[in-house]
Ligand binder design. Structure first.
Ligand SMILES: Nc1ncnc2c1ncn2[C@@H]1O[C@H](COP(=O)(O)OP(=O)(O)O)[C@@H](O)[C@H]1O
Ligand SMILES: [Mg+2]
Length: 237
């Protein structure tokens, strides 16, 4: 099975290839850690390669997504005919965000799908956890069958990488990537960690990342400064 380029600078390197074609990957982390930006870059990569891309935004409107892409310099997302967006709705019919993408994926021969985010989906639209998980599992299976590579995002309540909890539905995905920030003194450092990538020999390290024009860049030759202990015997304390 082949790999597809993620579109995030440095990520394919630490994934040792890229995303597996037809796989599903969860991007998870606290607010403001870069989940939506990563998704936009993933979409942008698809558009550059002339693929059809669908972006399902459960918490935002189309205009704000396109504005965001613009501020990051991902301008082709604003003009491409192959970029489809399902935006947030204010009605109870939100449940359709699971059925509408399936229709569109088949109609438009979508290759890459973003679903940002699945948080708040569970108890709002499903009677119980089992029903939610079953719907999610079914959705992911349908995407795989349609040949789609899927990225979904979800929210975590902590930045502490050792305290992050993984609910059962996180294990429905082929891969899980955590984005977070680590505090050292009075500053925070952005980092990325690949928690799981089924069938892939990925790196287990924590890598520093930065966000700027173009989106996230992973510094895969560096260690996070926030995790380096000071050498007690050093002259440079
Ligand atoms: N153009 C930009 N340049 C540098 N940093 C940015 C830019 N746009 C957003 N950011 C940073 O990225 C963070 C949000 O990333 P986002 O992907 O929206 O987070 P979330 O994980 O909540 O989806 C912001 O809080 C900000 O710190
Ligand atoms: Mg977001």
């Amino acid at each position: 099975m082949g790999f597809i380029k993620s579109g995030i600078k440095g990520l394919d390197n630490i994934l040792k290839g890229g995303f597996k074609e037809k796989s599903s990957v969860l991007i998870t982390g606290a607010p403001g850690t870069g989940k939506s930006i990563l998704c936009l870059q993933y979409a942008y990569e698809g558009i550059k390669n002339n693929e059809s891309v669908l972006f399902v935004a459960t918490e935002e409107f189309k205009d704000s997504i396109l504005d965001y892409a613009k501020t990051l310099g991902l301008n082709e997302l604003l003009t491409s005919k192959n970029f489809y967006i399902i935006e947030r709705t204010d009605t109870k019919s939100q449940i359709r965000t699971l059925t509408d993408p399936i229709k569109l994926v088949k109609q438009k021969k979508i290759k890459r799908l973003v679903f940002d985010s699945i948080t708040f989906f569970d108890y709002l639209y499903f009677k119980n956890e089992i029903e939610y998980r079953t719907a999610l599992l079914d959705f992911l299976a349908q995407m795989k069958e349609a040949g789609v590579t899927t990225l979904m995002t979800s929210q975590k309540n902590t930045l502490d990488i050792d305290k992050i909890k993984y609910p059962v539905q996180d294990f429905l995905f082929d891969g899980v990537i955590v984005l977070t920030r680590i505090r050292k003194g009075s500053s925070f450092e952005r980092v990325i960690h690949i928690t799981k990538m089924r069938g892939q020999d990925h790196s287990l390290d924590i890598f520093p990342i930065s966000i700027g024009k173009g989106g996230i860049e992973i510094h895969n030759n560096e260690l996070p400064f926030s995790l380096i202990e000071k050498d007690e015997n050093s002259d440079f304390k």
